[in-house]
Design a protein around this ligand. Sequence first.
Ligand SMILES: NC(=O)C1=CN([C@@H]2O[C@H](COP(=O)(O)OP(=O)(O)OC[C@H]3O[C@@H](n4cnc5c(N)ncnc54)[C@H](OP(=O)(O)O)[C@@H]3O)[C@@H](O)[C@H]2O)[C@@H](O)CC1
Ligand SMILES: [K+]
Length: 569
Amino acid sequence: MTELLTAAQMRAIEQAAIASGEVTGLELMERAGRGVVEAIFEEWPELAPGAGVAGGAAPSVQGTSPPEFSGQNEDGAHRAVVLCGPGNNGGDGFVVARLLKEAGWEVEVFLYGDAGKLPPDARVNYQRWGEMGEVLPLTPQAPPELAHRHIVIDAMFGTGLARPLSELGPFLRDICDCVDAGGSLMLQERWPYWPPVVAIDIPSGICADSGRPIFDEAVAERIRRGSSAACAAADLTVTFHAQKLGHALASGGFWCGKIVCADIGISSPASRTLPRSELVKMASDTGSRFKRNGHKYSHGYALILSGSVGKGGAARLAARGALRVGAGAVTLGCPPAAMIENAAQLNAVMLRKIKAADALNVALEDTRINALCVGPGMGTGPREAALLAACLEQTRPGASPGRGVVLDADALTLLAQNEALFAKLHAQCVLTPHAGEFARLFPDIAEKLAAPATKGPAYSKVDATREAAKRAGCVVLFKGPDTVIAAPDAQCSINASVYDRSAPWLATAGSGDVLAGFITGLLARGFAPMNAAESGAWLHTECALSFGPGLIAEDLPEELPKVFRALGV
Ligand SMILES: NC(=O)C1=CN([C@@H]2O[C@H](COP(=O)(O)OP(=O)(O)OC[C@H]3O[C@@H](n4cnc5c(N)ncnc54)[C@H](OP(=O)(O)O)[C@@H]3O)[C@@H](O)[C@H]2O)[C@@H](O)CC1
Ligand SMILES: [K+]
């Protein structure tokens, strides 16, 4: 997990740096533009000065001839189109145009908006560029030619996007087409028709706080007809200082392509999110550190409630996850009829008959049990509702011993159906809904999140999860490729499986049950609910990355020892 900022936080950091005299806005813009150019040359070394493409043919692929068009003008220069917008994102674009021109490129610059209204720093860079080349108007009626160029720079809108880019939609479609068509091709193969698109800060049209494209009904209709796009896709996005929420949430990761964060030399207040090093430390705590001495029960004891005959797989996966993550002992509590089935499948996990709520209360007289997991494969009948009520009662803050409880799957369905149960939620609980479960539990919040984003900053998954956590009075882990974890006091983390942490194979049956087990095991180890949820989610992704494609849920707990070893535990 890395520190992610909102657009407002980034502006505040920038303003503080300027106010302290550390740097001027103009210097920041220069560094931003330089960061973009450096990232381009790093990503495509064949475009870097002295790489041998300029003045010669485009590099060939595996000894084959270069494409008919090699992309250079008659002087052999590389060619770039820079699309600038009316704010400081456009200002960055003018810097990039100047730096590329200084590197010998042929650069065409277009401005969307009125040059007279550019903010001061952008205007200075507009004027500096004006001494080197012309600026043409970017109009939807006469969009610039993108083919036969080496790079397209999207500097139209960044963190200041406030409204839908309605009239630019058809042109954005062309940009998306470049990215779509070129996606699987090597750079030299995509030329001359599909130049790579480099977005400055964030692809234009994407809200930096939510990762959602901002569009209105008119654009939505045009998108449905295929004649428009809501935002400009990118092959490479270069952002500054720190990634923004919109790079990780919703479809942000998809539209950004690859992301690079350029250092523009400003210091900022300490991170309020959990850095990776902290998680590594916490992950280490789940392994050897707490196990240097003591006995199994001093490492935590988890009780996982299971469903009836034939429904025990989910709870068994959770139990295995809890044990592997480091709980000293794990018991699976199941209806008597399911004992034989579970006994045939389990060894290290212990078994106990729990027919109904009274049996659960007896089981919980064992004060060594300090974490519970309720819901995976459990069922949603009256027995299960009573079990859930008993669990909530037995884990309430102040009860002795202190216990944490993970509520997943069928427990979430029961909570959605039963207001009285929902009202019993408390600070020791962790809810782990996927999108469907979240919508059943918090329909009004889900509706807000699903409503089209028509202005920025748009309502985000972070907003939704925070609101849900506050209402429920407990930690909510809202699953997805952009998992968001929030506590009632508004603490929030994102565990996004995007970019180099992308693990689409994690979307496999039973994977959520293992996650519930990981969190339960960490609660048993004494982690606070928020830390247990954050670390569980992070380890879950690490296991998926470590295993790779082909992963099934059973593999996740078995991968943990390898992940711990890699962490130096
Ligand atoms: N913060 C930092 O540290 C650094 C920031 N830097 C850079 O600054 C960027 C942020 O600049 P920014 O604030 O000027 O916002 P930006 O995205 O250029 O757009 C604002 C303009 O767009 C307009 N507008 C909005 N929506 C519109 C629409 N739908 N259709 C039409 N117009 C629309 C809006 O108009 P208004 O709403 O004011 O009427 C305003 O004119 C940031 O992303 C980064 O690239 C770097 O230089 C280095 C350090
Ligand atoms: K942009």
